[in-house]
Design a protein around this ligand. Structure first.
Ligand code: SF4
Ligand code: SF4
Length: 329
């Protein structure tokens, strides 16, 4: 069974600024800072988390990370530190001629976010011009020899178009496809009456089939488990994994669902990881509840159902528990 114990991931947000304002953006500058890290600080923080670099997948994020003019030297410094893999997550606009300032040897993947198979659906969620930017960005990146992946965040606004994604991604020559589930964080948390989350029935009837269809074309597909089957073991990544979500104001979280709150496990002070005083997220990870993930119950209880006797109809998996399908063609 897939496990949240797999290789640690270092999610490094080097700025929170972005040229877009996506409807479901999880970035919350009030909690994550407004600053753009200097290249000196970026390199020092890459050093700080490099003790287990050989086993750690590093992802550069923002905001939009290519808005940082010093992303290329940051990437090259990370490569020298031997991180297991290096990915740049982008909205497709590829600022500062990033593709001319790094080489395919510097990064393992450039990952493009697209939330619809058509420009009308995608741009309604992510902003005008973002669909064309992603398709053009992938084309340019592939021409220069970069390996590309794609992230599709599922909500009730675009689930119907996920069915059309296999044809689109097959035409783009990408290597990996990630399906995410919309979470109640950042912008999405603003209106709790309209969460845009999809039901368990819809999720289970659509996602695994689409994932398998795309995987049959030779693209590796990853998607979150979300709902545990009866008898499946619940595991909290905050306990069993070494994932770090680092923000420009120095906050370091172990769980992405905590990021809207000052519950971070650590703060980086003088280039040192300083544990946060109680109560912080680490005190939640040990709590055992019949619904599975504690933070899910706190911030997005709408995806829980209960039987007439009050027991949960199903448990929610850790959001870091992913299914991965890889097929040889
Ligand atoms: S591109 Fe990313 S960082 Fe920018 S608004 Fe959209 S989700 Fe947020
Ligand atoms: S999502 Fe839930 S289970 Fe996963 S790390 Fe956070 S609190 Fe733990």
């Amino acid at each position: 069974m897939p496990s949240p114990r797999n290789h640690p991931i270092f999610f490094f947000h080097i700025l929170t600024r972005c040229n877009l304002s996506c409807a479901h953006c999880y970035i919350n500058p009030d909690q994550h800072g407004h600053q753009t890290l200097s290249i000196g600080t970026i390199c020092r923080w890459l050093d700080l988390f490099s003790q287990n670099a050989l086993q750690t997948n590093l992802i550069f994020l923002g905001g939009e990370p290519t808005l940082h003019k010093d992303l290329p030297p940051a990437v090259k410094h990370a490569r020298k530190l031997n991180y297991l893999s290096i990915t740049i997550d982008t909205n497709g606009f590829l600022f500062h001629n990033i593709l001319d300032r790094i080489t395919p040897d510097d990064v393992d993947f450039i990952s493009f976010s697209l939330d619809g198979a058509t420009s009308s659906t995608n741009d309604a969620i992510r902003g005008k011009g973002s669909y064309d930017a992603v398709l053009s960005g992938i084309h340019q990146a592939r021409q220069k020899g970069f390996a590309c992946s794609m992230i599709f965040t599922v909500s009730d606004k675009n689930l119907h178009e996920l069915l059309n994604m296999p044809d689109l991604v097959a035409s783009l020559d990408i290597q990996r496809f990630f399906i995410q589930v919309i979470g109640m964080r950042g912008n999405s948390a603003a209106d709790s009456t309209d969460t845009h989350q999809v039901s368990r029935e819809l999720w289970l009837s659509v996602i695994p089939k689409v994932a398998e269809t795309i995987a049959q074309t030779g693209i590796t597909v990853t998607y979150p488990k979300v709902f545990l089957e009866p008898g499946e073991v619940f595991t909290c990544a905050g306990i069993v994994a070494d994932n770090y979500f680092v923000f420009p104001n120095g906050r370091v979280y172990r769980c992405p669902l905590c990021e809207d709150y000052p519950l971070h496990a650590y703060t980086i002070e003088d280039n040192t990881l300083v544990p946060s005083p109680p109560v912080n997220e680490t005190h939640l990870f040990d709590l055992t509840i019949p619904e599975g993930c504690v933070m899910n119950k706190i911030i997005q209880p709408g995806n829980l159902d209960y039987l007439p006797d009050g027991t949960p109809a199903h448990r929610i998996a850790c959001c870091m528990l992913k299914q991965e399908i890889s097929r040889t063609v």
